[in-house]
Write a protein that binds this ligand. Structure first.
Ligand SMILES: [Cu+2]
Length: 186
């Protein structure tokens, strides 16, 4: 009788342990004011742009602080380029489609590949985790013009056109920061 009773209890214990493990794996999220608003000051939706593109971040009802700084109702900006909103219960990925501005920046100057792009902001907490509820801007679409050729012979002389040429080698997801100059981040 004894061994049978043990076998009956074992699945319950395993289920409880599994539930606790799942609970423990949850990443803590930070509450944010219900009336906070995140938006793109510029460019505007539908804008046609030339490289380099300056993107300005707008935030109402919360403040900006560098990543890692614990301060109530603050976070840092993330820019999604051609990517949907990331999962709310995980840190925001860090890749060519998810740019982190962990220094507390409120604008960025980028070189985007020619063509259409979708831009969207998300404010996240000191650990790069989306707020509860997530704070996202409306996504916008922009079109980046191909750099004009400058010389009569069609050579690519300017720095900006060099950047665009490097960017176009990398595919639509590629971008380069101003500080990275001609080094494409692909
Ligand atoms: Cu971040």
């Amino acid at each position: 009788m004894r061994p049978r009773a043990c076998f009956a209890v074992l699945p319950i214990v395993l289920f409880a342990a599994g539930a606790l493990a799942q609970e423990g794996a949850k990443i803590p999220r930070t509450q944010r004011p219900a009336d906070a608003k995140l938006y793109l000051i510029s460019p505007s939706n539908g804008a046609e742009l030339s490289n380099p593109v300056t993107i300005r971040f707008g935030l109402v009802g919360m403040g900006v602080a560098p990543a890692g700084v614990v301060s109530p109702n603050t976070g840092h900006h993330h820019l999604m380029i051609d990517a949907p909103a990331p999962p709310a219960d995980l840190p925001i990925p860090k890749d060519d489609h998810h740019l982190h501005f962990g220094g507390g920046q409120t604008e960025a100057t980028l070189t985007l590949t020619p063509g259409e792009h979708t831009l969207q902001l998300e404010l996240a907490d000191q650990n790069h985790v989306p707020f509860d509820p997530p704070l996202l801007s409306e996504p916008i679409k922009v079109r980046v013009k191909r750099a004009a050729r400058r010389s009569p012979r069609g050579s690519w002389g300017s720095e900006s056109s060099s950047r665009s040429r490097a960017a176009s080698r990398c595919g639509s997801a590629c971008w380069m920061t101003q500080s990275a100059r001609r080094a494409a981040i692909c």
